[in-house]
Design a protein around this ligand. Structure first.
Ligand code: BTN
Length: 266
């Protein structure tokens, strides 16, 4: 169990440079509904790009596709970053794989274990999901650009005291980080790397890093869409981070979203 000293704004800021201190406006809470929702409120109150909300617990943590994100107290890190990018909606979709690389690199540096990416944006350790990313955005009314973007990151730092709920016990894991020192370091590293990739945004900086972490290329997978399951082989990703798959009839398909699962090896 972590103690109350876990997250400290002062410690995080002390691990960052002066420039980084000016960019990030960090708010830490014990418990919120969803850090993405808190940041959305802040975005509508004109808070600046670089506003960061971190919580030790979420009562309404959200995942992709309307799912909930299990966010128990003190064993996870739930954070959201407010951006106001001068990006097209198309470019904005690349912020999610960029964040996957940022968080994978930060976690790897701290826990010294290899972190894989499950397309599109789940991070895995030893095949178990240890982090999910939810990007939400508001587009300006003529559709040409972004009003704001919220990058939500949920990391399972340690196993909940009584384990994960039954429905997650086979798929969820944690990075087994319990010390306050390491938790504050992770936040600082995520923010530092995020700034580096984001401020000089160029997908070539993170494309290969993303691709090399995809652990299922060349393997048999199941594609789950609209309640249908189809078998395919994961072949590659293209430079839009879409997944290229070879279907069992030999045709190729490009997937831009959806769910895949890796087939067991027997
Ligand atoms: C997923 O796995 O589908 C994405 C999960 C994203 C969870 C994070 S936790 C911080 C932020 N607040 C939320 O409600 N969701 C994201």
């Amino acid at each position: 169990m972590m103690n109350d000293k876990t997250l400290s704004k002062e410690t995080i800021l002390s691990l960052l440079t002066m420039e980084e201190n000016e960019i990030f406006d960090i708010h830490i809470f014990d418990c919120v509904s969803s850090t993405n929702d808190v940041v959305k409120e802040m975005a509508m109150q004109n808070m600046k790009e670089g506003t960061v909300v971190i919580a030790k617990e979420q009562t309404l943590g959200r995942g992709r596709k309307g799912r909930s994100f299990y966010s128990p107290a003190n064993t996870g890190l739930y954070m959201s970053i407010l951006l106001r990018p001068v990006f097209t909606p198309q470019e904005t979709t690349l912020l999610t794989p960029m964040t996957a690389v940022v968080v994978a690199e930060a976690l790897e540096e701290i826990c010294k274990k290899q972190i894989d990416i499950k397309w599109i944006n789940d991070l895995l350790l030893n095949g178990k999901k240890i982090c999910g990313i939810l990007t939400e955005a508001s587009i300006v009314s003529d559709g040409s650009g972004m009003e704001y973007v919220i990058i939500g990151i949920g990391i399972n730092l340690s196993d909940p005291q009584n384990g994960f709920p039954l429905e997650l016990s086979d798929i969820a894991g944690s990075v087994q980080i319990n010390s306050s020192e390491q938790i504050n370091q992770i936040v600082a590293l995520i923010l530092r790397k995020f700034k580096l990739y984001y401020l000089n945004f160029n997908k070539n900086d993170f494309f290969e890093k993303y691709k090399k972490r995809l652990f299922f290329l060349g393997k048999e997978i199941d594609i789950v869409s609209n309640n249908r399951v189809e078998s395919a082989t994961a072949v590659d990703i293209n430079d839009s981070f879409h997944l290229i798959v070879k279907m069992s009839d030999g045709t190729f398909r490009e997937l831009d979203s959806g769910e895949i699962s890796i087939k067991p090896l027997f």
